[in-house]
Design a protein around this ligand. Structure first.
Ligand code: C2E
Ligand code: MG
Ligand code: MG
Ligand code: MG
Length: 293
């Protein structure tokens, strides 16, 4: 559990070096869970926002909200760690509601043309009551639900396919969009995409690692892009880190992208500065051919 390296011992106020030792791991986990239970979540949870860029139009079209937890004793705990802990101790519904409330409030200050992408966990769509709560929050939020894309991973959908489909249908019924996150890492694929009411696919950033050197990676990304075009789905490539990535992806017909090449996640206060046309340095520099191995 690499995650638990982040936990610090609060009694003596010094970091605990967690080894592979089982007892340490259990102890670190329980410290983290205890801090999460006691936390002032409204105050300690914030969101950063990462632009999603339409490179053909040269514009930022949406922002993905990414959860941040900063605790007085533990410091910054990554979402990969605390979201899982929150699921374990039954706090995820509360956390999702707080974060979605904050994201929608932030969105009210954005231009109408800018969308929000918001991550859900499996638990958020596991029961009709949880789904109804999400839908109510969105409907009460004062923004057009069509501007909100709810991201859900394949893994989250696999727990109970029928329940997941009902949940997605209920969220679509109020006008929200559904985005399939981390596509290409799970078991799913075509079957899922065809049988679920999905609007967008986000291609996992693991494909970027060897995009420049491995033809197979490029072929896979190309076939996902083509699939999306045939099924009339938006396709967003995650983890675009370099101008070479961008150039290759353009050649494959990709249009929507997200990644450090454009911008890291930023605080809410920077969203309006980034919304709109992307600066020429990140969007243009790329018509040059890149030679592929
Ligand atoms: P994700 O939804 O796939 O989010 C993308 C992650 O990739 C983010 O990590 C982002 O900071 C990172 N990233 C963006 N561009 C690049 C890039 O060019 N290169 C690399 N190497 N990484 C990039 P982050 O913020 O640590 O979030 C990790 C995961 O935690 C998210 O993956 C998502 O599954 C989960 N998460 C984050 N916020 C929430 C939330 O509000 N609710 C739920 N349920 N899960 C969340
Ligand atoms: Mg996501
Ligand atoms: Mg993702
Ligand atoms: Mg991911």
């Amino acid at each position: 559990d690499y995650a638990l390296y982040y936990a610090k011992e609060h009694r003596r106020g010094r970091p605990v070096v967690f080894t592979a030792d089982h007892e340490d791991a259990i102890r670190a986990r329980s410290i983290l869970e205890q801090e999460l239970r006691q936390a002032d979540l409204e105050a300690e949870l914030t969101l950063e926002y990462q632009p999603i860029v339409d490179v053909a139009a040269g514009r930022v079209v949406a922002f993905e909200a990414l959860a941040r937890w900063t605790n007085p004793r533990l410091g910054r705990v990554p979402p990969g760690v605390f979201i899982v802990a929150a699921e374990r101790i039954g706090l995820i519904g509360t956390i999702t509601a707080i974060l979605l409330g904050k994201a929608i409030a932030a969105m009210r200050g954005w231009p109408d043309a800018i969308g929000l992408s918001f991550n859900l966990s499996a638990h958020d769509i596991a029961s009709p009551a949880a789904v109804a709560r999400l839908a109510a929050l969105i409907e009460a939020g004062g923004v057009a639900p069509e501007r909100i894309a709810l991201e859900i991973t394949e893994t989250a959908l696999m727990h109970d396919f029928d329940a997941a489909r009902d949940a997605l249908l209920a969220l679509k019924a109020i006008g929200a969009q559904i985005s399939l996150d981390d596509f290409g890492t799970g078991y799913s694929s075509l079957g899922y995409v065809r049988r679920l009411p999905i609007d967008k696919i986000k291609v996992d950033r693991s494909f970027m690692a060897d995009l420049l050197v491995d033809k197979a990676s490029r072929d896979i990304v190309k076939s996902i892009v083509d699939l999306c075009r045939n099924l009339n789905l938006d396709c967003i490539i995650e983890g675009v880190e370099t101008a070479d990535h961008l150039s290759i992806l353009r050649g494959l017909g990709c249009r929507s992208m997200q990644g450090y090449h454009f911008s890291p996640p930023v605080p809410a206060s920077e969203v309006t500065r980034l919304a709109g046309p992307v600066d020429a340095a990140s969007a243009e520099a790329v018509d040059a051919e890149v030679s592929l191995v």
